[in-house]
Design a protein around this ligand. Structure first.
Ligand code: NAD
Ligand code: LMR
Length: 308
């Protein structure tokens, strides 16, 4: 199993590290445009192998896509992150060009690959890859919902005073400060609806804290987060590589599901060796349906800025 990660920055390196530590891939290639940077990150990570007990071989390359040839899965993290006070959508001007060029170089060397798009604004970047790469739609996956759901569970556990392992919940919709739809109605503590334990007001606070999860960290760190994003990407990579048939909310091209067409937005999907193996349609109430439509309108507004 060969995995390429483009962008050896904060998220790319974190993602490579988690993939290696889980030890399911034979090879991880880190690629960056900055001379020597990916080589340095790869060497540093390889020097953790005997300490962390993995055999995955990590190599680093500067812009040499021939070394990515035959990758089963490619992750795109190249591009700029936001600074405090910015929205993800403001990154489109620089990141769209980078993502388009990177995805086309990847597909040239690995025509049957599965691409996981991480660069922001992620839903629009995933849409761009759909429109320009020629890959089939089950092979392009945007990572956002897995991270947002992990943050939702963190906030739920905090509100409930419960261990995170007791909590389940999912965030669908766009990966943006206003577009996320945390499904509080369906969140549970050991199968019991969380509304049994906390007030509606507290649950609304959990929802709002989840939606601004990325912005909160960006304010604290001065740049956006990387540990949870890296872990979320590695979980998707593992689900595909190991054919786990696990369900994650991912940004996928919809064709009528949730009343939406020709848009990439977060919806629950089953991930396996073929990438997106199924898009799961869950029953939403009227408020959730309205929130998804509103979220989609926001994503479409950003998609309209693309020069396709
Ligand atoms: N989808 C998500 O949930 C999620 C989570 C975290 C970050 N992100 C996004 O991921 C992206 C990366 O974030 P980061 O914190 O790792 O940034 P970073 O600046 O630490 O790393 C980005 C790397 O991309 C490289 N790069 C730039 N142009 C390139 C090109 N053409 N080819 C190859 N490499 C190139 C840079 O040299 C840099 O090393 C940002 O757009 C950020 O918003 C998304
Ligand atoms: O918040 C960001 O800009 C990065 C990422 O999308 C995140 O949610 O951490």
């Amino acid at each position: 199993m060969k995995v390429t990660v483009v962008g050896a920055g904060a998220v790319g390196a974190s993602c490579a590290e988690y993939i290696a530590i889980k030890d399911f891939a034979s090879e991880v290639v880190l690629l960056d445009i900055k001379e020597g940077f990916a080589e340095g990150k790869a060497m540093d990570l390889m020097q953790t192998a005997s300490l962390n007990g993995f055999d995955t071989k990590i190599t680093g390359v500067t812009s040499d896509y021939s070394k990515t040839a035959g990758s089963d899965i490619c992750v795109i993290t190249s591009g700029i992150p936001r600074k405090p006070g910015m929205t993800r959508e403001e990154l489109i001007g620089i990141n769209a060009g980078i993502v388009k060029e990177v995805s086309s170089s990847l597909v040239k060397h690995s025509p049957d690959t599965i691409i996981i798009v991480v660069s922001n604004p992620m839903d629009t970047m995933a849409y761009l890859v759909h429109k320009t790469s020629g890959l089939s739609k089950n092979r392009i996956i945007g990572m956002g919902g897995a991270l947002d759901s992990a943050r939702f569970k963190y906030r739920l556990a905090e509100a409930l005073g419960a261990p995170i392992s007791d909590v389940d919940g999912m965030v669908i919709g766009g990966h943006s400060d206003t577009g996320m739809v945390p499904l509080t109605r369906l969140a549970t503590r050991n199968s019991v609806p969380v509304s049994k334990f906390i007030s509606e007001e507290r649950l609304n606070q959990v929802k709002e804290d989840t939606k601004v999860g990325g912005a909160t960290l960006t304010k604290l760190l001065g740049t956006s987060a990387w540990y949870a994003p890296g872990a979320a990407v590695s979980a998707l990579v593992q689900a595909i590589a190991c054919d786990q048939k696990k369900m994650f909310p991912c940004s996928v091209m919809l064709d009528g599901q949730y009343g939406l067409k020709d848009i990439c937005i977060g919806a629950p999907v089953i991930l396996g060796r073929n990438g997106v193996e199924e898009i799961v349609e869950i029953e939403l109430n009227d408020a959730e349906k309205a929130h998804i439509q509103e979220s989609a309108a926001g994503v479409r507004k950003t998609n309209d800025l693309l020069e396709l």
